[in-house]
Each structure stands twice: as structure tokens, then as C-alpha cells.
Design a protein around this ligand. Structure first.
Ligand code: SF4
Length: 478
């Protein structure tokens, strides 16, 4: 990420986004807080000697996950898929994910990856041969694999919090393909693929993909991908899947090797405890240029009509969170607060209760496109003037922004610590029955920075970048 930061010219939108990300990383490291409020699906890969008690170890993992959730290190992220109820402790059918494998060594290796919903939703699986927009036909060849990967990265745009990394599996079946693709994300970014044929595609992707100029958060820029790791599994003669697991810049992995007789940690993976933490930023973080537009909620139509795509705004005043459950609820019920002139923040924060007070410990934006089926109606019905999220929204919302006088503001995905600092007070909460990430939090913020990416005049940076990068993608298809 430091390399990415240095690659972007200062003052560009991508550079501003990466500076906020860097500042966020430093805040998370110094405060030992969640680097992003979506602490993801805890996925453990455990290798044990023959004879190790896996039933007991699974129970230990579950207890550790529940404790990390109690301590506010993990957001409660395990939701009953039928009722929508949040288990509150990250335990439930299928959560956490724990895979065991036996090996010949007399040690226990435990690796954990925390991959959030925004990037998980940008995963892609291709059944080749397939006709791909801008790239033409992807055949059952390594060049076809290359095209599928390029397409997946282009399609993700900024929604998976770019710059990201992709793990890829060539072959397998639909299930094993996705699993093996995710396993590739455990590899180090600088390793060399043991299969030179796959290594060649990895190198080819990394040398060309950044010419798409999707950039950090999809704002346009020089760094779109920080890694591409490819594995292969045998397949049925009739099937040829290319599975792509996209991980965001937060790319959270950690691991330990344990002495199998004492349980003591003999070494760490992905970190060296002897190595001091080097701050990401060697300069001031997000600094104001004086060109930012100060917005104080509640907002009027004239406030938002004066804004145009590319403006950096600093929002102050009341702000309400709302994500999937709130949006669905508002389609059938009146809002619990007056939303006229309001700022609606697509965010599922990490919240801890201290006595009878709530404290927000992480509060970055969630992927907005999930609210596309609802947003236009909510803007129209309740008079919302600004929607903050990440990754942009679609044509229906863009039309509603223009018709009703509202804007979409893109905050920096994953910058959960950075934005938590802009929250000066938690004023209350509604709809807590949806669970803490899905409730509507009433916040007061001060100087909350975001970029106008969809304005009230029909302009969308997301649409423009998708189109321009699509044209560049076509040149990589040949
Ligand atoms: S950085 Fe973005 S994609 Fe990654 S977990 Fe956070 S919100 Fe999700």
C-alpha cells in the first residue's frame, strides 16, 4: 500500500484516497482497532499433525472468535439467512469457517483471513468458453484465463475497495474453484508461482491491469491491483471454471505456528514481532487544501445543487446510518427520524456499549450499490439530500439525485478508524432490533471528508471511469 501511495501523483483523487487509507492504517495500528469496520468472514485454515484433536481445536477457535467479538475486535457479522437475526457473537451455522488438513509435520499451523462483504460480493466465476464485454471470447486456454481475470478486475471497479488483490483458481468444480481461489490469497504478494505457466499469467496481469486506470476506490488512477495469485485444480472434461476471489486493500491475514505439545507460538506468519511497526505516512495525513466545501446538515436543495463531481466536501452536523435492513424497512414504514435535508450514511459501524453510552470504534462506508433498488424511492419520499457510501450507485439513483436535488458522496472504503474520529457524538439509535451493524445510528460528525462522485446534474464519476476503463480493457483483449 505504501508503494501504491507513492505511485499516485500528489493531489489526485486516488492519492487523496490512499492518504486517508494510510492514515487509517496508522490509526488502526496504534490503537489496535479494526482496520475496517467490516471485519469479514473469519476463515481459518489449520494444518495439524496426525492425531490432533480437531473437535477440541474447533471449539477453541469458536471461543476465540466470540471473545474477539465481545472485545469489539470483530463486528458481529453472522446473520441468520432466513430470519435476518444477528447472532451477536459471530457464531452460527457456517461461521466461522474452519478448514482442517493433516500434514506430516509435528506442528500446528493456523492461518486466518478476514475478507469483508464488499470484496466478497465482487468475486466472479466464469464457465469458459464465454463471451466477455470489451474482451471478446475467452477460450479454454491460458489466454482465456487471463481475459477472465481482467474482466473480473474491471467489473469490480472500486466496489471491492481497490486497490485489491485477486486469488484465482483455474479448474476444479464450482465449489472447490472458489475455495482454492480464496486459498491463493494466503500467498505472499512477492512469492513466485511454482508453476511457470501460471507465473507467466500472474506477471502478465500485473504488468497490464493497472493501465485500466480504475485506481483507488475507482476514482481513476495508476494502481488498481496489488497482487494476482493463481492456482490450478483438475476439472471434469465438460467443465472449465475460472474462479476469482477479490480481496480489498485491507487484505487482513495472520497466522501462527504452534508447538503441538505445549501450544506455544513458535513463529508468526505475515508479521515479524521483532520488526518495529513502521508508520505508513511519513508526512501529515489528509491535509486540507482550502478548496474543500464545508457542508452543514440539514442541507437545502441549493447546497447540493452547487456541488459538482470531483468536489471534496467536509460534512458536519447530524448524520444517520442506514444499510440493507434500514433501506428495506423504509420502503414499508415511516422513518424513525425526520430525514428531510438529512445525510444518510451507508455504514455498519463497530459499536461498543460502555455503561449506558455507545461508542463507535470503527465506521467506514459500506458498498452502496446494494441499496440501488431502494435509494431513489427513499430520496424522493423522505427528502434525503446526501447519501454517503462507497463504490457509487446506478442509473436509477443518479436520476433521483437530479430530479430531487441530492448528491452521492464517496467516502474511502475501509477507512474505519479515520472516519470514527470524525464522529464527535452518538446521539441515539433506532431499529436496534436489526443488530448493531444494521441499526440506524444517529451521529454528530465534524469535518467528515468525502468526494462528490454523483452530482445533482446527472454526472457520475463511476459511470465515466467504467466507460473509460472499458475502452482500455478492449485494447488488452487482443
Ligand atoms: S476495506 Fe472495503 S471491501 Fe474490505 S472489508 Fe472494508 S469495506 Fe469491505
Amino acid at each position: 500500500m505504501k508503494t501504491s501511495l507513492h505511485a499516485e501523483p500528489a493531489g489526485t483523487r486516488s492519492s487523496q484516497a490512499l492518504t486517508i487509507i494510510a492514515q487509517n492504517i496508522d490509526l488502526a495500528a496504534s490503537g489496535e482497532g479494526a482496520i475496517c469496520q467490516d471485519t469479514g468472514m473469519p476463515t481459518f485454515e489449520i494444518r495439524t499433525p496426525v492425531g490432533a484433536n480437531q473437535i477440541w481445536m474447533r471449539q477453541q477457535v469458536r471461543e476465540a472468535v466470540a471473545e474477539a467479538t465481545r472485545r469489539g475486535k470483530l463486528r458481529p457479522n453472522s446473520v441468520d439467512s432466513i430470519t435476518g437475526a444477528n447472532s451477536g457473537d459471530n457464531l452460527g451455522p457456517g461461521t466461522p469457517i474452519v478448514h482442517f488438513e493433516q500434514w506430516e509435520r509435528d506442528a500446528i499451523e493456523i492461518k486466518l483471513i478476514l475478507k469483508g462483504g464488499g470484496c466478497e460480493n465482487t468475486n466472479a466465476q466464469y464457465s469458459v468458453p464465454v463471451e466477455l464485454p470489451n474482451l471478446g471470447r475467452a477460450d479454454r486456454t491460458l489466454d482465456g484465463v487471463r481475459k477472465c481475470i481482467l474482466h473480473a478486475v474491471w467489473q469490480a471497479q472500486g466496489k471491492g475497495c481497490s486497490p485489491g488483490a485477486v486469488g484465482v483458481c483455474v479448474g476444479g468444480d464450482r465449489t472447490s474453484g472458489y475455495l482454492h481461489a480464496k486459498e491463493q490469497l494466503f500467498r505472499s504478494l512477492d512469492d513466485v508461482n511454482p508453476d511457470p505457466r501460471l507465473g507467466e499469467i500472474e506477471a502478465s496481469i500485473m504488468s497490464t491491469v493497472n493501465t485500466l486506470e480504475i485506481g483507488a476506490m475507482g476514482f481513476g488512477g495508476k494502481v488498481t491491483l496489488i497482487g494476482c495469485k493463481i492456482g490450478a485444480l483438475n476439472r471434469l472434461p465438460a467443465s472449465f471454471f475460472v474462479s476469482v476471489a477479490y480481496d480489498c486493500w485491507a487484505f487482513r491475514r495472520l497466522g501462527v505456528v504452534l508447538d503441538s505439545s505445549t501450544g506455544a507460538i513458535t513463529s508468526w506468519l505475515y508479521r515479524d514481532p521483532a520488526h518495529p511497526i513502521i508508520p505508513m505516512l511519513d508526512q501529515a495525513g489528509f491535509t486540507r487544501t482550502g478548496r474543500e466545501v464545508a457542508l452543514r446538515a440539514p442541507l437545502g436543495a441549493e447546497d447540493v445543487r452547487a456541488l459538482k463531481v470531483g468536489d471534496v466536501v467536509l460534512v458536519s452536523g447530524p448524520m444517520f446510518t442506514g444499510r440493507d435492513a434500514v433501506h428495506s424497512h423504509l420502503m414499508k414504514h415511516e422513518p424513525p427520524v425526520d430525514l428531510r435535508g438529512s445525510v444518510l450514511y451507508h455504514c455498519g459501524p463497530v459499536v461498543v456499549k460502555e455503561g449506558d453510552r455507545w461508542r463507535i470504534t470503527a465506521a467506514g462506508p459500506t458498498t452502496s450499490i446494494r441499496e440501488e433498488p431502494y435509494q431513489a424511492d427513499i430520496i424522493k419520499r423522505y427528502g434525503v439530500r446526501a447519501v454517503i457510501g462507497k463504490g457509487g450507485m446506478g442509473a436509477k439513483t443518479l436520476a433521483a439525485l437530479k430530479e430531487h436535488g441530492a448528491v452521492y458522496l464517496n467516502a474511502i472504503g475501509g477507512a474505519a478508524q479515520f472516519y470514527a474520529q470524525a464522529i464527535t457524538r452518538v446521539d441515539g439509535v433506532s431499529l436496534l432490533e436489526f443488530g448493531t451493524p444494521e441499526a440506524m445510528w444517529h451521529l454528530t460528525v465534524e469535518g467528515f471528508p468525502a468526494i462528490v462522485t454523483m452530482d445533482a446534474h446527472g454526472n457520475s464519476l463511476h459511470k465515466d471511469i467504467e466507460q473509460a476503463s472499458g475502452e482500455r480493457l478492449a485494447s488488452l483483449g487482443a
